[in-house]
Design a protein around this ligand. Structure first.
Ligand code: HXC
Length: 258
């Protein structure tokens, strides 16, 4: 499918979704968010896709919500259309893993979009921030909640109240990103991580994503029970038999998602 604001490429079981509004540093306008929701849903439903990589350009993953588009909107407009509600939620409905490969700016809604992915690989040029305070607003796509869970209250408050940007190195130190790589190697590393994920049993992949995400939604006791039951349930799969047999026979497993 052709998109106006995205480039989507599916190869070797990986859907690479590239935000493509270079004239606005990939600012998230309504078209981009609607197209992203559509592309994610299509990738999730495509049997050939086993992992999704979301990226931007060298200069910007995304510099936030599109300020030009929203500047003149009224409360009634944004409340009625539930701005940054429905389309963004497709990120959460996507069951296959999504890796954010972030180079350059990931600000405001861009940082929030990256945090909605399952993990973030950052180029050493990446800069994260929640500068909405400079525009007289606050984050609207999860920044106050997710950044706080990632980095703790003190740093989250610092980022939201001052609007300062964080380097990739600081982001790795405080747990916002899983790894930092040289900018030139960003896509190679992200695609290699996606390829690793694509080799696994899809059943275990979907289960682990559900279990980790559950840790944000429930008590430890309930989360542990949820995990244990999922673990038990995977013993009903052929892939569990294959994975363990392959280990014992000192060979690579051949998973069949059954
Ligand atoms: C619309 C944007 C934009 C944005 C950049 N551009 N960010 N357009 N919305 N968020 C446009 C600029 O207007 C400019 O277009 C072009 O992209 C290049 O940007 P420059 O500012 O010239 O580049 P530079 O000097 O390198 O500065 C880069 C920057 C700066 C530091 C990232 O652009 C910036 O501060 N952008 C805004 C960041 C921000 O406040 N984000 C939060 C948005 S609110 P022209 O046509 O002039 O060349 C938000 C709310 C979240 O995200 C709510 C839920 C989603």
């Amino acid at each position: 499918m052709a998109y106006e604001t995205l480039i989507v490429d599916i190869e070797d079981h990986i859907a690479l979704i590239k935000l493509n509004r270079p004239e606005a540093l990939n600012a998230l306008n309504s078209t981009l968010l609607a197209e992203l929701a559509k592309a994610l849903k299509a990738a999730d439903e495509n049997d050939k896709v086993r992992c999704i990589v979301l990226t931007g350009s060298e200069k910007a993953f995304a510099a936030g919500a599109d300020i030009k588009e929203m500047a003149e909107k009224t409360f009634v407009d944004v409340y009625t259309e539930d701005m940054f509600g429905t389309d963004a939620e497709q990120m959460l409905r996507t069951r296959k893993p999504i890796i954010a490969a972030v180079s350059g700016y990931a600000l405001g809604g861009g940082c929030e979009l990256a945090m909605m992915c399952d993990f973030i690989i950052a180029a050493d040029t990446a800069k994260f921030g929640q500068p909405e305070i400079n525009l007289g607003v606050v984050a609207g796509m999860g920044g106050t909640q997710r950044l706080t869970r990632f980095v703790g209250k003190s740093k989250s408050m610092d980022m939201h109240l001052t609007g300062r940007f964080m380097t990739a190195e600081e982001a790795e130190r405080c747990g916002l990103v899983s790894r930092v790589v040289p900018a030139k190697k960003l896509m190679e590393e992200a695609m290699a991580a996606a390829a690793k994920i694509a080799e696994k049993s899809m059943l275990a992949t979907l289960a682990v994503k559900e279990a980790v995400n559950r840790s944000y939604e429930t008590t430890l006791r309930e989360g542990l029970l949820f995990e244990r039951r999922l673990f038990h349930s995977l013993f009903a799969t052929e892939d569990q038999k294959e994975g363990m047999a392959a280990f014992l026979q000192k060979r690579e497993p051949q998973f069949r998602d059954k």
